[in-house]
Design a protein around this ligand. Structure first.
Ligand code: PMP
Length: 407
């Protein structure tokens, strides 16, 4: 499909409009073109799309902080004082005292010597992996790691060695081979802390053990764990491994509710990233309103577990309700609640009917998850009320019976 056309033995290059039309039509024909529906208002527990209110089970705004009144006030105040933009990259004069405060707060939050903030979680993985690893290195990567990790590894030019999802025997064997091959200067192991498709946790204690045995650098992207696991402090803290993990990565866009990403680690690591990671050097700093709101959001998570506890209570309630109805909710260890339907078309039809009945829960199908394991993924939030969850469960029951997914 992407190959050059071959006419009479001469390869003819495609013009852009031809390339786009061919490929867009192909995606549309195969039902793989993702139409985007704008949300008309805040991304809260209920959202409005096309004028219709829907119970929102598809947000990463786990703690409801994206719409928190206190944080909105903090952001407005910072905008009044500093303006809407940082004006430059961090190394010229885009570093405001607000960024310094944020990074100190992130280090305190993660129990590390220092931290560095980036403009997004995606950007952060590109920056951190390629800032430290190069073509003389190897990276052991869980096969289900996030796209931004995959792209960060590609950018680094290090040799990628994928291991089977959370398979510690496979990791150990591949770590031994890489570390003892004599081919590489450094070897890193990278894993998500929480895997967002199933809600399962990385086997961090075993990963740390293997890393110690073979001198591996350890890298955990806890995008879905920060604010959720370890009473809010994350998956690394949950396992008591704050001193053992070299790179603690997180996003500031999910439970923290704003935007951005960070690395927390040793002072030397952060000093190195400040001189070597290209998004820090060449992309404008986080805006002041966002930066102030993020710092306050992290402080809120550190000060109280109330929202965290409510999130877990809502997750437990939703899981119990779906199980009682007879749905397969997989092996989640977090509030993320997949509802595994199986066949791709049926999964998409299920999600579409849920939406028509007032519940917004996105379908996730192959190639994002393995073939035949299509699912509707539910992301409860701390700000859902019991009534909202009951309403969602009633819709699940109705649509599940209608499509013969449950009896
Ligand atoms: N890492 C992981 C594991 C993620 O799930 C995501 C978000 N989809 C990211 C990184 C990217 O984070 P952000 O949306 O803040 O760019």
């Amino acid at each position: 499909m992407y190959a050059l056309e071959n006419e009479g033995g001469i390869k003819k290059v495609k013009k852009l409009d031809q390339f786009l039309q061919d490929n867009l039509n192909d995606l549309r024909d195969r039902g793989l073109y993702n139409e985007i529906d704008p949300v008309e208002g805040p991304n809260g527990p209920v959202i409005k799309i096309s004028g219709k209110e829907l119970i929102n089970l598809s947000s990463n705004n786990y703690l409801g902080l994206a719409t928190n009144d206190h944080l909105k006030e903090i952001a407005k105040h910072a905008i009044d004082q500093y303006g809407v933009g940082a004006g430059a990259v961090r190394t010229i004069n885009g570093t405001m005292d607000l960024h310094v405060k944020l990074e100190e707060k992130l280090a305190e939050f993660k129990g590390t010597e220092a931290a560095i903030a980036y403009q997004s979680g995606f950007n952060c993985n590109m920056a951190a992996i390629s800032g430290v690893m190069d073509k003389n290195d190897a990276i052991l990567s869980d096969e289900l790691n996030h796209a931004s990790i995959i792209d960060g590894i590609r950018l680094s030019k290090a040799k990628v060695i994928r291991y089977n999802h959370s398979d510690m025997d496979d990791l150990r064997a591949k770590a031994k081979e890489a570390a003892e091959s004599g081919l590489y200067n450094k070897v890193m192991v990278i894993t998500d802390g929480v895997f967002s498709m199933d809600g399962d946790l990385a086997e961090l204690p075993e990963i740390v053990e293997i890393a110690k045995e073979f001198n591996l650098i350890t890298y955990v992207d806890d995008a879905h764990g920060s604010g959720v696991m370890g009473k809010g402090a994350g998956t690394v803290k949950h396992f008591g491994l704050s001193k053992e993990i070299d790179f603690q990565i997180g996003t500031l866009s999910k439970a923290i509710g704003v935007v951005g990403g960070y690395v927390a680690g040793s002072k030397d690591l952060i000093d190195w990233l400040k001189v070597r990671s290209r998004p820090f050097l060449f992309s404008t700093a986080l805006p002041p309103g966002d930066t102030a709101a993020i710092t306050a959001a992290v402080q809120m998570i550190m000060d109280s577990t109330e929202l965290h506890d409510q999130l877990w209570e809502n997750g437990r309630y939703l899981k119990e309700g779906l199980l009682k109805l007879g749905f397969d909710i997989g092996k989640s260890e977090t509030p993320i609640t997949p509802c595994i339907i199986g066949e791709e078309k049926l999964t998409q039809q299920f999600s579409k009917r849920l939406r028509e009945e007032g519940v917004y829960a996105k379908s996730i199908v192959f190639p994002t998850v393995p073939q035949g394991t299509g699912r509707v993924r539910n992301m409860p939030m701390a700000t859902h009320t019991k009534e909202m969850l009951d309403q969602a469960l009633a819709v699940y029951e109705k649509v599940g019976k209608e499509l013969s997914i449950i009896n």
